[in-house]
Unconditional design. Sequence first.
Lengths: 361, 361, 226, 237, 237
Amino acid sequence: MLEVTLRHRFDGFDLDLSFTTEGGITALFGRSGAGKTTVINALAGLLRPDVGRVVLDGEVLLDTQRGIWVPPHRRRLGYVFQDARLFPHLDVRRNLTFGARYAPRGSQGAGFEDTVALLGLEPLLDRAPATLSGGEKQRVALGRALLCHPRLLLMDEPLASLDGPRKQEILPYLERLRDGGLGLPILYVSHAVDEIARLADRLVLLQNGRLKAQGALFDVMADPAAVPLLGVREAGAVLEADVIAHAEDGLSTLAVRAGQLELPGVQAPVGTRVRLRVLAQDVILSRQRPEGLSSVNILPVRVDAVHPGDGPGAAIALDAGGDRLLARVTARAVRDLDLREGMGCYAIIKATTVAPGSIGR
Amino acid sequence: MLEVTLRHRFDGFDLDLSFTTEGGITALFGRSGAGKTTVINALAGLLRPDVGRVVLDGEVLLDTQRGIWVPPHRRRLGYVFQDARLFPHLDVRRNLTFGARYAPRGSQGAGFEDTVALLGLEPLLDRAPATLSGGEKQRVALGRALLCHPRLLLMDEPLASLDGPRKQEILPYLERLRDGGLGLPILYVSHAVDEIARLADRLVLLQNGRLKAQGALFDVMADPAAVPLLGVREAGAVLEADVIAHAEDGLSTLAVRAGQLELPGVQAPVGTRVRLRVLAQDVILSRQRPEGLSSVNILPVRVDAVHPGDGPGAAIALDAGGDRLLARVTARAVRDLDLREGMGCYAIIKATTVAPGSIGR
Amino acid sequence: AEAPLTVFAAASLRGALEEIAAAFPAPLILAYGGSGTMARQVAAGAPADVVLLANSDWMDWLADQGITAAEEAQIIARNHLVLIAPAGTAPLSQSADLPARLGPTGRLTMGQRDAVPAGSYARDWLTHDGMWEGLQSQLAETDNVRAALALVARGDTPFGVVYASDAHAEDDVQIVYEVPADTHAPITYPAAALTPEGIALVDFLITQKAQTILEDHGFLRADHGS
Amino acid sequence: MVSFGPIMDLDAAAWAALVLSLRVASVAMLCSLPLALWVAWILARKEFRGKGLLSALVHLPLVLPPVVTGYLLLLSFGRNAPLGRLLESLGIGLAFHWTGAVLAALIMGFPLMVRAMRLAIEAVDPRIEDAAATLGAPRLSVFRRVTLPLIFPGILAGAVMGFAKAMGEFGATITFVANIPGQTQTLPSAIWTALQVPGGENRALVMAALAGLVALAAVLLSEALARRVAKRISGAR
Amino acid sequence: MVSFGPIMDLDAAAWAALVLSLRVASVAMLCSLPLALWVAWILARKEFRGKGLLSALVHLPLVLPPVVTGYLLLLSFGRNAPLGRLLESLGIGLAFHWTGAVLAALIMGFPLMVRAMRLAIEAVDPRIEDAAATLGAPRLSVFRRVTLPLIFPGILAGAVMGFAKAMGEFGATITFVANIPGQTQTLPSAIWTALQVPGGENRALVMAALAGLVALAAVLLSEALARRVAKRISGAR
Ligand SMILES: Nc1ncnc2c1ncn2[C@@H]1O[C@H](COP(=O)(O)OP(=O)(O)OP(=O)(O)O)[C@@H](O)[C@H]1O
Ligand SMILES: Nc1ncnc2c1ncn2[C@@H]1O[C@H](COP(=O)(O)OP(=O)(O)OP(=O)(O)O)[C@@H](O)[C@H]1O
Ligand SMILES: [Mg+2]
Ligand SMILES: [Mg+2]
């Protein structure tokens, strides 16, 4: 549980905001120059804000009014910097193990072997940072922060220079950190909404040094005010589903309130509950139950509300047996299908549209 | 026209490849550590490869066999580095104008005012690089390279730390550079397939220091061998379409070979030809022509080939009146719908699925 | 006025030379240094009209180099050695008391035995009086006599061997023993003219007037003992 | 204790020595800057056989007692030495001339200047220079517009050290150019001369204090300059 | 020309002087390292009133003629100076003792060491140190594990300069601890002594060559070390 209030003036830039997080992963989202790095620096103790108060799990890390300032090394926050900031004189192995000795005795957290394996660092262990590629540096920086067993992880665009497949390997690991016995909370800066949607529990939106919105991911993502900040393409609903069965052809059956979905690439064991992200733009509506489609995921839904957008699109809020779904269709489709509140219809969700990355928890 | 042949050994990494580009934008794509930066460094003259030959528009920049090596400052290649590498002792304005005096007399290219305006740098002109945010640095680096009026632009993940809206502003500018009177060719390293799909004319795929595939964007993107490299989610076809009409509700009608599509957010004037990207996962197949769907974009297609994938998915190559489309469906759907080569069916493309960013040229 | 003459002079002559310069009809430029340094400089073509050393060996060396004719060197002053101690110390009745007065830890300051002329005269004396070997570990050799004087004046060493002319100028020390002249080689200050203009000064130095000034500064007359 | 009152009472010779020392130190510092910079650059950036030897040679004036350096200078540039005669015939008299004091000061300060600049050059990230080259800047322009401003603190440090050393140089100077008042008597020589007379300590200390004040001024100036540059780079105003 | 044959013929006094000089220079260099590092760190990283003054004070031994420094040392640490008496009663005799030569060499080399280290510290990116702090390293550990290795080239440079200067120091040493063969006669003192005797030039030059060889060895060693570190950081093997 983190409470943050900060006020700081740079020449030409004013930061003035206050937000709270509640464990899990909180995403900090905002345009370039919005003040994300400044916030994280203040949390880490690398920037002393003009005015501020930071409380982590009841411990006051900063209180300018009461003159409290805990130095960075006693905050135990793992910081993955936007620029990797590796130690140039140490090889990769020594960079990774740098913080180990300062972790409190018996503290639990990421193990060396696991981290190295996950991040694919074995072949690099004896290399000097100067010889690493951009993405390799970023992976080492991530490993280094994890291995100091922090009580909160600050990540400033940690995956920006990683390729897609590598990201897909690391994201589940971060989820395990959050969900494992340790429940390591993470403050995560990213421009990639799909990363955020997959990972984050809470979302803090910054604009120009001010708080624009904060709250649970579902709420903020569904907040029409947030759409311009997040980008139209990324709007969507998040559902909870139970894993019912894994078939031999790799498809899994998941139960949501309105029915069953067949999805590929679900790793969670039978009986667990997972999180699905369904982008509004991936939902097709049909008045009749369609037949002979390559997509077998068809749920009966009821139109909750029709929100005409600014452009040619409209957002249709749907009730799927109690779950909320969002569909983005053209205004013309609204007219053609005569979509209106209370109307029953069918939502077609393409099986493969639910990205593996969107299945979490 | 650039011809590149390179061979270079690092301890533990072997680069050995050869490719050509033909003006326009060539994307260099590969996983982290594939050798992209190494290639670009060799082109810029910052790395002297063990063996190599680089010819740009007939001028030999490097030929280890004949002992030719043109020093970096005479190559006139604008290089946007993966790390910004701004001059720390110069303010933003002087960083931007650093290269101007070395541009040949009368050389044409980006103007100072335009570049500053496009990249939103006005408020930063008097600032020291040390005070810039990550994205701001990257924008300055981009401007600096543009303003030296290069004859080829080398961009190493230039937009990685930029937010979505900012990217959407810069991408069209790069397109104008490519298409304008100057026809500035660009070699573009990126992990973001949507950027590449939008911008690139050619695609060079690297894996582990070797060339994996190269060729026109359409061909390489449709190459099943490229799918694992590009990422399953990003596979898809690129179509050319003519803008036929803009309706009042914001939808535009575009003609492709197999029919017409209604798409929102098309800016190009009537009569122009645009490029559409249709992700394989956004295509639903139906044996009958579906009725009463919110999606009005339905094209009759013929199955060209069924490529079973490694996992539960399969890639279906489709012929849409001469255009190629790609659909990704589950193996179960292949069985259920009995998809096979030569079979006719319907492709449902959700109207709003075609991202504005994917409509280019 | 006449063109000034440049004199390269041993630093220990400074007090007296300043007065002599005032008495000399032509203006003098006095450049001080160590005898060896200046001899070499003269050999290297220094723009000096007169060279005035504290050591006849270096004057002989100059003659060997063919810079000056040996017979042109003129002794202009002499000196004698004295044993000094901080003011208020009881005088020594004989040199043999020195080791006892030094005690086990006290040091005897003197010029460096090989490099500083006063040092080699002091060695001659101590050898002559049979104390040299015994005092080996209790010497503090300095690079010039002034430094030796300063050490004694500040009480860093209880005794020192210096020229009478130096002791004369320092109020914080007193002479506790006069070293007999026959225990060491004669202490002479030779001068030589290097240019025709310099001859006048060398000649002036042995006039009564100049000799009196030298005597006032604790030196012995050039003709002393002869 | 030294009282500073007597500074005003210093005689003309002492003032002349101060002025000469300032001149010698400034000229020596300015003359050696480019050469020191060049040597520092070679030592910092080039790998070649004999690099260690060059570095040792640069350090030599530090190791040799100054008298030896002065003596070697006298042997090489004395009026009777071939080299000295040649230079003299070209109108460049060194021995027993203030220019000789400049040479001595320059040589003695050289190792300090080279080292300061070398450390600064070694600290410059060559990738920043690479960036300048890709923007079209030829080597020399890269040096002038990127390297030079970046190593400015090192150059400043070298200049201050060279100047200070030149102000304080004594052994080599007096051995090479002697101690001729008004011509080659620098402040240290004057101080030494004062120390040769019993009771001259006070005068010597006053002159030493004067030298100290000059150094203080030089150091304060350089610190202020360095701070300004650092501020500009860090972006503080 | 100097012939190197006679080196073997050097008498015991000369060898003793060499050994003493080596000892003095090594001890002086080692003793001043930590203090110089501390002062360099303060000057590089702290802003405080009087910083310029401290910097000027550090430069002082460079500006003052060595004789003055030696004389001031004598005034402060002589047997009859309060400080000197105190130290002597603690068993730390400085005057006329080789330890005094160490003190003189240390003070004369101090400005050189401080400057080299300061330049190196100023070149360290504080953001790297920040990174270490966020990983839990307390200040001192950051210094030991990050700053120190990063400024190693500067420390090495400072050490070499301090050592070389200590090997060559003459004026302050002879003034402070005199020139006692076998006890305080360092190599420069011995060289100076030889030069004061007509015909002693050759012996002096042979000893000077010896000093030069020692410096060469030290410089070559430091260059080799520096190259190894640079290679490790650049990743070349
Ligand atoms: N020292 C400084 N002086 C003046 N302005 C500063 C300073 N440091 C940061 N800024 C400004 O504060 C704003 C916020 O910077 P910050 O680094 O927090 O942005 P960010 O949200 O992390 O952006 P990005 O996504 O580009 O990294 C920027 O406009 C930046 O230019
Ligand atoms: N000096 C070097 N010594 C050894 N290996 C090196 C050196 N420089 C680069 N490499 C290795 O070469 C490979 C290619 O590096 P390069 O920087 O070209 O990758 P990249 O494709 O740009 O990756 P990224 O997307 O992460 O920036 C990497 O595995 C890297 O570790
Ligand atoms: Mg940032
Ligand atoms: Mg790269």
